[in-house]
Ligand binder design. Sequence first.
Ligand SMILES: Nc1ncnc2c1ncn2[C@@H]1O[C@H](COP(=O)(O)OP(=O)(O)OP(=O)(O)O)[C@@H](O)[C@H]1O
Length: 723
Amino acid sequence: MTPDIEYGNLIQKLNTAQREAVSTTEGFVRVIAGAGSGKTRALSCRFAFLVNELGILPGNILCVTFTNKAANEMRQRIHNLTGDNDTGYVNTFHGFCVSVLQEDSFAVQYPKSFLVLDNADVDAMLQIIYEERGLTLRNMTFSMARDRIEILKLFKRPDYYRDMIALPLEALKEKYDNAVTVEDIIFYGYLYQEKKCFGLDYNDLIKFTLYIFKEREEIRLKWQQRLEYIMIDEFQDIDYLQYELMEVLCAWHKNLFVVGDPDQTIYTWRGADGSYLLDFDKKFPGTKTVMMMENYRSTPQILAAANSLIAKNTKRIPKELLPMLPDGGPVVCHFADRQDAEAKWISEEIKRLHEAGMPYSEITLLYRAHYVTRAIEQVFLQEKIPYTIYSGVQFYDRMEIKDALCYLRMIVYKDDLSFRRIVNAPKRNMGKRRMEFLQDYAEQHSCTLYQALQATWEDPVFKGTKAGQFVALVERFAGGQAGRPVSEVLADILNESGYEKMLRTEGSQERLDNLAELKQSVYEYETTCGEECTLEHYLSHVALFTNTDSLDSKGKVKLMTVHAAKGLEFPCVFLCGMNEGIFPSRKVRTLEAMEEERRLAFVAATRAENRLYLTRAESRNFDGSPQYPSRFILDIDRQLIQFTKEPREGLIKEAEDYIELSRKYLPDSESDIVFPVGQRIRHAVFGAGTVTDVDRDRGAHVIQFDSMDTPRRISFRVKMERI
Ligand SMILES: Nc1ncnc2c1ncn2[C@@H]1O[C@H](COP(=O)(O)OP(=O)(O)OP(=O)(O)O)[C@@H](O)[C@H]1O
């Protein structure tokens, strides 16, 4: 169905391809869109078209975005376009699963008020497990343990969720108690902790939803029938669980619209699979494909450089972005002698731009890895250039933000994690001894720590503490929060608990500012979320928020990794640290990974609207060998870049030789060099053995050789034969 849509300002602002994407509403539609070609615009217009022109109810549309930030923006746009407060299901896959589970978690015997766990929660659980079982960070750091849990959940023990659902808490505890290896202790300890507070992490959200859809036909049908139209953004980065969910959801109405750019697949390392986009038409016969190549974001100079760069990927469908904007300045490339000189040059250039009238907020520094910022930050501090880093400690991981959210969680869930975090912040004299008392009581009475305190706060143990006031505070808020705006509840509890007073006494202005920002973001959430925003609702979504979702950057230069910049655009971009070994990262071990790395460089370049700078410095690797200029600079035709000064003689040639050599040694893909766990192999010297683990970080297999008592780590570089 392609109704006549030559009306409405909305549609007039679209080009032909966008219009086609917007108005082809029925069946399977795939949009292959170039960077900056207006995907987001097309997506929000399509939503508005469905609602305004076809009369579809927003609540019957699912629109999946890649980040919460994108979802918020989309909601805002849709709100402006439709004037409707109901913006339907505009969310990430995880956020959507929260909605499903809030309605139907009873099917897995979980309460509606389950907890959505973020990294800090997981760390708090790990802390308990480590203490209980005498593990130390030498056994495994928390971040490694989190990765481990994720790998186990995704690949090695994908049926783990059945334990969480089917086993009673005591049985999970028994598994944990009986666990012997560090991996098992952490894994079962974590599952036990999760179940104990009805907590679900990101993986669980999707797994539980899929499980419910599989086991309960009536629930699946309800959601399938409800979602008359489904749209998915950034489809090139969808992973197999999300794909499975999508397949289930669209099976009834069969109206599925996906949009993506194969040249922007940058998450294969996290399970994304670009072939879902490329093979979409084979999977869904009758698919209509729309190509959107006209770029409205960047100057022709920036696009020419980006096109030239990405053309060097061999495994791609050839396509070129077409510039729509007028000419701008050249892409500038600066080679500095030293790292601090690179930083200095950037800061000088930024000052120059700023003096010429460009606000700091229009300038963004992108880099492959965080460590690149060290030198730059130092210079920015000296030169008093205001900046914010998007990441490092994530906004929602900051102590004060987490504490504030735990206060809110205490009101609703009264869970042990939140209790532990805030019962003594501000100081209420609830030290280690009293916590142990509560823990013993809770274990004996099979209750939560808070219930234990409720039952015992008059006990002499708590003499001289503020335990009684704490219980009274929580009870007062728990009894009176229903129906009040979350922002109000938050402001009140931060005040009445004495938390803000504590920060004021400490003189922690930055933390107070962060709390103010949190309040503002809650307020914004309330006014844009459309649905009735209860405290439960807010809490279950806030755990999914990440750093770039908040943070104001008014008047500040932004610093972020290229991954964090996905989907964003900035007037002026400095892409810095452009050296071999940094970007491309030294961890790249296959040609496939190198192509992904080039796509990442392409994403970086296409974020820039008017100005793009590429910078690097002469530097050395850890082993003393020289670091050459990034191949991604050399990939761009020379006449498309303007050097601030000619690179030193011979440098480019040396770099080209080095790159050529390194290319020769790269195997095609992981499957050529990495064996699965369990694979029998033969090593030229050690003989036959079995792969017991794969250590990707260090690029090695862990192998138990038949001839040895203990396992060895063997680098991917060494050729071994499959048996
Ligand atoms: N038809 C159009 N006319 C004028 N400007 C447009 C049009 N379509 C999109 N734009 C502008 O082009 C820019 C890029 O659009 P948008 O952010 O939607 O692109 P995108 O395809 O999502 O980009 P990317 O994949 O690179 O993140 C935006 O500033 C948008 O306002």
